[in-house]
Ligand binder design. Structure first.
Ligand code: IPE
Ligand code: IPE
Ligand code: MG
Length: 255
């Protein structure tokens, strides 16, 4: 499919690429992007938020089925109140404003995280966005909002502990699958690839359980500038990865 008219000419030709079914993106670098331009950090968050639409278009174009984006971590509350308030305001504005475009692309929106700490307005917008998009077929956009991998694992453990307390299972019955089944969105496949713009080589509490065998791809480009070209590069590199899952590579195991 060739799409032009945007900044870059896009082909979505998957010839030498591998497109993951499930992709995670840590949308990092908004603050640095703004600071480099002598703008307030919040200006970077606005441009970063706009760029999410671009990522969605590109992922739908390439045929990604699940896109999980890290929008706000359980640790991001430690930022100055003004920045946190601006981010919350942006979330409220965004998911209404983006809906026509998401609808056109057939994107279902879901949220992952501890919503009990989010302002009521944000929770309402999230629920509405989920409800009105639930039958859209092309891709699921999972927004990790007040998300922390450790908190998610903890919440899964608590749910299982309740089952033990109720006498439904014994501690020795607990399996890895049970932990997976009690995560926030158990039907979403583990990400095959996680992309982090802005050069940081860490997960920052993103999808700790689910990323056990994810491939990691880091780019120096800051999130607001991360576009089609970088995504294509990531998918091209992903095609070259030898995913062994603790076993041997295909070549070796044939010997
Ligand atoms: C990511 O950009 C957005 C959020 C964490 C909400 P940052 O705000 O972390 O940008 P840098 O890392 O300071 O450049
Ligand atoms: C991770 O970025 C969280 C999001 C992108 C939402 P941070 O900027 O919070 O991560 P650290 O602090 O550099 O590890
Ligand atoms: Mg950051």
């Amino acid at each position: 499919m060739a799409i032009s008219g945007n900044k870059e000419k896009k082909t979505f030709d998957t010839g030498d690429l591998k497109v993951p079914v499930s992709l995670g993106v840590i949308m990092d670098g908004n603050g640095r992007w703004a600071t480099q331009r002598h703008l307030p950090r919040t200006a970077g968050h606005k441009v970063g938020a706009e760029n999410l639409k671009e990522l969605c278009r590109n992922c739908v174009g390439y045929g990604v089925k699940y896109l999980t984006v890290y929008a706000f971590s359980t640790e991001n509350w430690s930022r100055p109140k003004g920045e946190v308030d601006q981010l919350m305001k942006l979330f409220v504005e965004l998911f209404d404003k983006y809906d026509p475009e998401l609808a056109e692309q057939g994107i279902r929106v879901r949220f992952s995280g501890d919503d009990s700490e989010l302002p009521q307005k944000v929770r309402d917008v999230c629920r509405t966005a989920e409800e009105r998009s639930k039958d859209r077929p092309n891709m699921q956009l999972i927004v990790a909002l007040n998300y922390g991998g450790r908190r998610e694992i903890l919440s899964s453990c608590k749910k299982i502990a309740e089952q033990v307390k109720a006498g439904e299972i014994e501690p020795s019955d607990i399996t890895e699958k049970m932990l997976s089944d009690n995560m926030y969105l158990p039907d979403v496949p583990d990400p095959e690839l996680i992309i982090r713009p802005s050069g940081e080589m860490r997960l920052s509490n993103f999808l700790l359980w689910e990323s056990a065998y994810s491939e990691f791809w880091v780019s120096d480009i800051l999130w607001p500038d991360f576009g089609y070209e970088e995504l294509t590069k990531a998918f091209r590199d992903f095609a070259l990865r030898d995913r062994r899952f603790g076993g041997l590579s295909k070549k070796e195991s044939k010997k």
